[in-house]
Every structure is written in structure tokens, then in C-alpha cells.
Design a protein. Structure first.
Length: 283
């Protein structure tokens, strides 16, 4: 199997971050090689320093670690390529699965209708911009996020808009989301039509178009959910990326909906899940 790059422990850089230790052990038990990435150095813009512990000419590699902004992931790919370690998920594939504008079209009809616009961190949105952005959705409730994450724990303040026809209220929520995300705002602003979903979600892991593992969502690790994947496999095939996750939840009318798509390299496994069935299948 290919090598797997894991985050190093910031307190002991020569070993795997404890959060990923069981996953690294599963890779080794499957006959794979584990190498270490300095995640803090990568986020600080030192990609060469981040990969200094990765052996040269290691061959193709996967990543399993903390989330990486797309631009930094591109820098990681370049630094590794210079060491003879091409990533099995190149930056364009990572972006397509990691950021909503990259995957939304492939999942049309299976996921809430959404609109988006690029946006600079800390730039305050004005009502005119928000009105133009949300116009295709019409009125009704919606949720706000950036290309990757929402502020769901500040639901009323920076996530949920009761009625998009109230542009002033929508602008307040969008502006607060942008403010709270700060320099970590990923890509831009997304507004999604609100759908009432079951609280517990399932996370499905896909490798080369096949569903290889279904787990609980990390937010509700004790709640097992068995989703209906009708139509989802075709959407994953349309997306055409090697290693992705889909989070699914049941809508109040009984339809299964795709809540999020992600690059599986940075999607978290819920606590208590044996990583071997997933990581042992990486080619």
C-alpha cells in the first residue's frame, strides 16, 4: 500500500499525534509506511519544514490528519513532490471534495440548494451584496457558512437566517459569520436552503467510487445510523475524486439528504471506530 502521512505530536515531534495513533498503527499492521508531517509548520507557511521528516522517494502517499486550508494543501503537495513523494490526492481533487463549490453540482437534487460567492477574510458584507447573493433562493429559512465550515454552535447569531426575504437580518448573520471566522474564512460565503433534518448523521467513506465504511458522525459517535445510499454512489462517481466522505441525514419527509461532502484525508473518524477496515484498504 502507499505511505500514509500523519500529523506529528506537537509535544513530541518524533511520534504520531495521539489523535491519529490508532490509525497509524492500523496502517503499519496492514504493511504500510507511516511518515510524519508538522501540521503547525505547514499552517505557518513553512511547507519545506513541515515535510522534513518524510523520507525522500517514498512514492505515492495519502494524508490522514488535521484539516488543511486548500492553499496550504497545495504547498504541501509541492514540497512533497520535490522530495519524490507525490500525493495520491492532488490539490485540485482536494479542493473539489473539501470546498462546497467543488462538490455541490455533482450532488444536485441530493443536497440543499445553495449559492456562494468568493469573499476575503474580515471584509464586511453589505446588504446589496447579500441581497444579490441570496436572490436565487427566494425567501424562507437558510443557513450560512463558508466554503468548508459553519458556525453551528452560534446558530442564531452566525448560522441560521429565519427568512431570506429579510435582507437586513440575513446581512447581520452573514457578517457575523465572516467576523467570527476571521482569517480562517475558507474561500467565501455560502448560503444554503434550510431543511429540517434528523439530529444524528451517518458518515460514509468512499474509496475509488466504492462505499467502504459507514460510521456514526463524530458529533454523535454513539448513534449508529444506516443511510439509504440510493443515488449517492452515482453522485460520488460524478464528482470523480478518489477518497471522499459524505455525511447523510434523514429529512423530516423521510428523504435521505447529503449534508456535507469532504476529502476523506481530513474527515475525522468518530471515537471508538476501528480504523483498519478503512485504512487497510488504501492502495
Amino acid at each position: 500500500m502507499s505511505a500514509v502521512l500523519c500529523c506529528a505530536d506537537p509535544l513530541a515531534p518524533g511520534r504520531v499525534d495521539p489523535h491519529f495513533a490508532a490509525q497509524a498503527a492500523a496502517v503499519r499492521e496492514a504493511g504500510g509506511t507511516v511518515a510524519l508531517i508538522d501540521h503547525d509548520a505547514l499552517l505557518a507557511g513553512d511547507a519545506a519544514g513541515a515535510v522534513r521528516r518524510v523520507p525522500r522517494d517514498l512514492g505515492g502517499a495519502w494524508y490522514r490528519g488535521w484539516m488543511i486550508p486548500t492553499a496550504r494543501y497545495g504547498e504541501l503537495c509541492a514540497a512533497l513532490a520535490a522530495r519524490g513523494v507525490p500525493m495520491n490526492v492532488p490539490v485540485d481533487d482536494y479542493r473539489a471534495a473539501h470546498e462546497l463549490p467543488g462538490w455541490h453540482g455533482a450532488f444536485a437534487g441530493l443536497t440543499p440548494e445553495s449559492v456562494w460567492t468568493p469573499w476575503r477574510p474580515r471584509e464586511v458584507p453589505d446588504p446589496g451584496t447579500v441581497a444579490r447573493l441570496v436572490a436565487p433562493l427566494g425567501g424562507g429559512p437558510a443557513v450560512v457558512k463558508d466554503y468548508v465550515k459553519s458556525r453551528k454552535y452560534e446558530w442564531d447569531e452566525a448560522c441560521y437566517v429565519p427568512d431570506l426575504s429579510d435582507v437586513a437580518a440575513a446581512t447581520r448573520v452573514v457578517a457575523r459569520m465572516v467576523e467570527l471566522q476571521g482569517d480562517d474564512l475558507a474561500g467565501g460565503i455560502v448560503v444554503r436552503r434550510f431543511e429540517r433534518l434528523a439530529r444524528a448523521e451517518a458518515r460514509v467513506w468512499w474509496l475509488d467510487g466504492a462505499a467502504v465504511l459507514t460510521t456514526a458522525h463524530p458529533d454523535t459517535p454513539a448513534v449508529a445510523v444506516a443511510p439509504d445510499l440510493t443515488g449517492v454512489a452515482a453522485a460520488v462517481a460524478r464528482l470523480g475524486r478518489r477518497f471522499v466522505t459524505t455525511d447523510l441525514a434523514l429529512r423530516d419527509d423521510g428523504a435521505w439528504r447529503v449534508v456535507e461532502v469532504g476529502d476523506a484525508q481530513v474527515s475525522d473518524l468518530p471515537s471508538g471506530v476501528d480504523p483498519a477496515p478503512l485504512l487497510g484498504r488504501l492502495p
